[in-house]
Design a protein around this ligand. Structure first.
Ligand code: NAP
Length: 300
């Protein structure tokens, strides 16, 4: 595709950013649809974030993905933040609106998408979320949107867990569509409590730690013993996408659980952002194929 004087720009900003897979995913979609756009990765130092946003506005950049370390830092620089991003406490997608930069968080939609496709009643499901970092916050909001009966978050630092737990008290968690707001209990626990949290009948076990991520591919956040005798109705979901699959998902699959890896969340959060920017359906299959091809190339 030719870059001309009318070509519009989308981007991802972060630091470092050269490892980002978002340009692969978005440019595959742009090319497939024959759009006059390009999606570029810009390394942005924290102290330049405000200057970069002004510059982006000046050149009419349409929208951008936002990644580490700017997901929280960008929030005070925006004219409007969606309730969803406020609940998560992080913005990963911005767009240039008439009133200034608007921001939202598409990680929640990305996380929820493969689960929502299962079309089941989640009210009897116990969600156990491993880790209490940034991604865990999107997972908690996602589990709440699905209507999981219990949401139990596991971490290693008592002070961080207490902050995590209390942070939700002041937040009105947004639901999607027509679901009615229901009471959901979010509890926090240390790793030593994990075996007792495993509901063998109806579990959604989510790894939102980097345990098992390349190059530590032999590591797993859970042991075989913890999931022995687990029902086939239970789901193991790893946010990690390299390796593909992780040790955690291999153990879960051997124990008879359904498994979901991080590639789908990555594709779906990108697709949600793409649709916000371009106001047309994202070619999700094309985006997924491009990502899987790239991950395959990285791993071989
Ligand atoms: P983060 O904010 O740094 O949080 C990581 C969490 O994992 C923290 O709670 C941390 O505990 C915990 N943790 C780290 N190492 C641990 C260990 N050895 N033992 C126990 N706990 C440990 O990172 P994040 O942004 O939430 O990302 C977490 C994972 O999700 C990463 O692997 C990332 O690649 C993945 N992710 C995937 C997607 C996707 O689209 N698929 C999107 C976002 C994130 P402390 O707070 O105590 O240090």
């Amino acid at each position: 595709m030719v870059i001309t004087g009318t070509t519009k720009i989308l981007s991802v900003i972060g630091n470092p950013i050269s490892h980002s897979l978002s340009p692969i995913i978005h440019n595959a979609a742009i090319e497939h649809l024959g759009l006059d756009y390009r999606y570029l990765a810009f390394p942005v130092a924290s102290e330049r974030l405000a200057t970069v946003l002004d510059g982006f506005a000046a050149i009419g950049l349409v929208g951008s993905s936002v990644t580490i370390p700017h997901k929280q830092a960008i929030m005070p620089l925006l004219a409007e933040i969606s309730p969803l991003a406020q609940a998560v406490g992080a913005v990963n997608t911005i767009w240039n609106a008439r009133t200034g930069w608007h921001g939202t968080n598409t990680d929640v939609a990305g996380f929820v998408s493969p689960l929502a496709a299962m079309q089941r009643d989640w009210s009897n499901t116990t969600a156990v979320v491993l880790g209490n970092g940034g991604a865990a916050r999107a997972v908690v909001v996602g589990c709440h949107q699905l209507g999981c009966g219990k949401i139990q978050v596991v971490g290693r630092d008592v002070a961080k867990l207490e902050r995590f737990q209390s942070s939700w008290a002041a937040i009105q968690l947004p639901m999607t569509g027509s679901e009615t707001q229901q009471q959901v209990t979010i509890t926090t626990h240390l790793w030593t409590e994990l075996p007792a949290l495993i509901d063998k009948d109806n579990l959604l076990l989510v790894n939102s730690t980097p345990i098992g991520m390349y190059p530590q591919i032999e590591d797993s956040p859970i042991s075989v013993e913890m999931i022995q005798g687990i029902g086939a109705n239970s789901i193991a979901y790893d946010l990690i996408y390299t390796p593909h699959p992780t040790k955690f998902l291999q153990l879960a699959k051997n124990a008879g659980m359904m498994t979901i890896d991080g590639t789908e969340m990555l594709v779906q959060q990108g697709a949600t952002a793409f649709e916000l920017w371009l106001k047309q359906p994202a070619p999700i299959d094309i985006m997924r194929q491009a990502l899987i091809r790239q991950l395959h190339d990285i791993q071989t």
